[in-house]
Design a protein around this ligand. Structure first.
Ligand code: MEV
Length: 324
């Protein structure tokens, strides 16, 4: 039985979260914590899923019922990805998917989007269908929107392209950047963020005070553009300042939390060039831009205020086949 194994990286939002949902650019980097997806064709017309990391031992559905009726929360993204792929390519074969994650789904590294990217890539390899990165992006992003209704697609792009990218406008602009030397310390707040709830809270702010929020987004967009330049010039001091300004705007949007603020302040006090939350806010992770000299001190100070430092390298490769 032919089996394909692929892996897709998680992501960390570097700058531009929330504003990117409203058409502004963001910077995102892929992390070397990966989701493995194993796909095979079954003799029977059914979909099977094994995803032990999210407590799913053996989920089964007949092909005609795919993406219909009750779909268990954990299986939603995988099932929709398989359904969309089979439908688009007019294939009616049974499929088994096994997923294994090297990171906790709680970190906010984008396990759902990495899973979707991995599944679409694995299935195209399994059926020998050539798909460009853009086609892979379109199908995976559509799947995420089908399930979650909201999201900019930056996480899907990070899973596909890897490295560090400049992303805008639902993937109309995806630019790979050279970001060597970018040295980040990642601190987990211990709280799982609810991305959709955070997007909704910004949306309701937008309803009450549109021009103010639009102005914040425009300012964040300018910071992102400047940060892109600072990365290419390896101007870490400037980049740190830009991160701090970005954090201030995120606080204005009301998406930071006391815990994140404590960790960010601790990192700054320990000498980080800059620090901010990463992602939807309310929980998940913060990031600090560090030098080799202050890295250890920043780590210690984040831990002292109850943060958990996550050892993950950034700039990781995008989705790739592991077993050809
Ligand atoms: C969440 O990690 C980042 C947001 O900008 C949502 C998105 O871009 O999909 C809040």
């Amino acid at each position: 039985m032919k089996q394909i194994t692929v892996s897709a990286p998680g992501k960390l939002m570097f700058m531009g979260e929330h504003a990117v949902v409203y058409g502004r650019p963001c910077l995102v980097t892929a992390v070397d914590q990966r989701i493995k997806v194993i796909a095979e064709i079954l003799d029977k017309p059914q979909f099977e899923l094994e995803a032990q990391d999210i407590g799913m031992n053996r989920y089964q559905k007949s092909l005609p019922d795919l993406a219909k009726g009750e779909v268990s929360k954990e299986a939603k993204f995988a099932e929709k990805a398989v359904y969309n792929f089979l439908t688009k390519n007019k294939i009616s074969k049974g499929i088994k998917i096994i997923t294994k994650s090297s990171f906790s789904v709680n970190l906010g590294f984008g396990s759902s989007s990495a899973t979707v990217v991995g599944i679409v890539k694995a299935l195209s390899e399994l059926f020998n269908i050539k798909v460009s990165q853009k086609e892979l992006f379109d199908l995976a992003y559509q799947t995420v929107l089908d399930v979650q209704r909201k999201g900019s697609g930056f996480d899907v792009a990070a899973g596909i392209y890897g490295g560090t990218i400049y992303f805008q406008n639902a993937g109309k602009i995806i630019e790979s950047l050279t970001a060597d030397g970018l040295n980040l310390t990642i601190g987990y707040s211990g709280v799982k963020a609810d991305t959709v709830a955070m997007i909704n809270s910004v949306e309701s702010k937008m309803k009450n005070y549109k021009s103010g929020v639009e102005k914040i987004f425009d300012n964040i967009a300018k910071l992102v553009l400047e940060a892109k330049r600072a990365i290419s010039e390896k101007d870490w001091e400037r980049l740190g300042i830009l991160m701090d300004y970005n954090q201030n705007y995120l606080e204005d949007l009301g998406v930071s939390s006391d815990k994140l603020n404590h960790m960010i302040n601790a990192a700054k006090k320990a000498g980080a060039y800059g620090a901010k939350l990463s992602g939807a806010g309310g929980g998940d992770c913060m990031i600090a831009l560090v030098s080799n000299e202050n890295k250890l001190k920043v780590r210690e100070e984040i831990e002292k205020v109850g943060g958990q430092v996550v050892d993950a390298n950034i700039n990781a490769p995008g989705v790739r086949v592991e077993n050809l």
